[in-house]
Design a protein around this ligand. Structure first.
Ligand code: ATP
Ligand code: MG
Length: 332
């Protein structure tokens, strides 16, 4: 996808232009229960204007319910929130909805209507002004101007997703909720949606993105939250990695070291080690300090070094580690 969203003046939000330090979302101890089952519970976080915020969690974690609650489609059971600077209350629903957009898990388009007719229909429902201009800008943003006359039923899944994104852009949202926007898309269509999210971010749109794709969150999101009914962890992906995993160096040597304890024990930067199939994993306080000292010590001990590299943990490692902990916590 080459079309970048037009630079927007955040017109819908301009009457409520955010002051520096304002948050696009503030959520405090928010819960939603259906009967006696909690969909999500005691959730608190803040999202800054212009941030791309990832909301991760396993099936049934409460992600969609959180989006629907913050999007004013259902009322919370307890707790408070502000959305696009407005207090989340039943009375404020219309003003919040004017400043946000939700792209739901399934595109929800009228398949017999054309792309243009779908967008006209939704622009009418949202009671928007300048319908022609808005539709044209939205279609250009998702690079679909030349498909405007096609019935939505004839479009591929990826193109339908783009139409759904165009629909979500019609009201120039200050906060855009994307509920698993790349679910079921092939790698090319996924890349297109990612590029579009990148362009929207450059235009200053705040994006709340739920996803199962951890590499997607790692690539696109400034910060991520991991939800499993309650909020488990929140921070920048690199922060979360550091919080959950000790820093370490993976060392590969041609042959095992005979006097390992003597060599490694003499290095103050090395806090511990374990043997692996091809060498050693060393716990270190600072890999940049430890690696050169280690290389010198190994060479002095006559070892043939094949590689020394810092262990890289992905967001997926963080996620799986957390959910493993969850499972362990639930064991009797
Ligand atoms: N309208 C409803 N009535 C009763 N229970 C509901 C309702 N909506 C959601 N739930 C329950 O709330 C919990 C959270 O559901 P939710 O759809 O928010 O999860 P999710 O994180 O979006 O999952 P997924 O990754 O599968 O989309 C689930 O146990 C679900 O069954
Ligand atoms: Mg969901």
């Amino acid at each position: 996808m080459t079309g970048a969203p037009e630079k927007r003046s955040r017109s819908a939000a301009s009457s409520l232009a955010p002051a520096p330090g304002d948050h696009a979302l503030t959520v405090e101890r928010l819960s939603k229960r259906f009967g006696d089952r909690a969909a999500f519970e005691d959730v608190s976080f803040e999202v800054g204007y212009g941030e791309v915020f990832g909301f991760l969690g396993p099936n049934g974690a409460g992600k969609t319910t959180t989006v629907r609650t913050l999007g004013t489609l259902i009322a919370p059971s307890s707790g408070t929130a502000t959305v696009a600077g407005i207090q989340l209350t039943a009375d404020n629903g219309p003003s919040i909805r004017a400043r946000i957009s939700i792209m739901p898990e399934s595109p929800g388009l009228y398949l017999r209507l054309t792309v243009m007719e779908n967008l006209q229909c939704f622009a009418g429902l949202y009671e928007l002004d300048d319908v022609r201009g808005r539709i044209e800008r939205a279609l250009r943003s998702v690079n679909l101007l030349d498909r405007a006359g096609d019935p939505c039923g004839s479009l591929s899944k990826g193109l339908r997703q783009r139409v759904a994104l165009a629909r979500a852009l019609l009201n120039d949202p200050a906060v855009l909720f994307l509920d698993e926007p790349t679910s079921g898309l092939d790698p090319v269509a996924t890349r297109e949606v990612h590029d579009l999210i990148g362009s929207l971010r450059e235009c200053g749109v705040t994006i709340f993105l739920t996803t199962h794709r951890l590499e997607e969150a790692e690539r696109l999101c400034d910060r991520v939250a991991i939800l499993s009914t309650t909020l488990r962890l929140i921070g920048r992906p690199d922060e979360l990695r550091q919080r959950l995993f000790r820093r370490s160096l993976d060392v590969r040597v041609r042959a095992p070291l005979e006097d390992l304890k003597v060599v490694l024990g003499a290095l103050p930067e090395v806090e511990g080690w374990e043997q692996t199939a091809s060498g050693y994993t060393l716990n270190v306080s600072d890999p940049d300090l430890a690696a050169p000292a280690l290389a010198r010590a190994l060479v002095a001990a006559g070892a043939d070094i094949l590689s020394i590299a810092e262990s890289r943990h992905s967001l997926e490692d963080v996620y799986l580690e957390l959910l493993d902990e969850d499972v362990e916590a639930k064991r009797p």
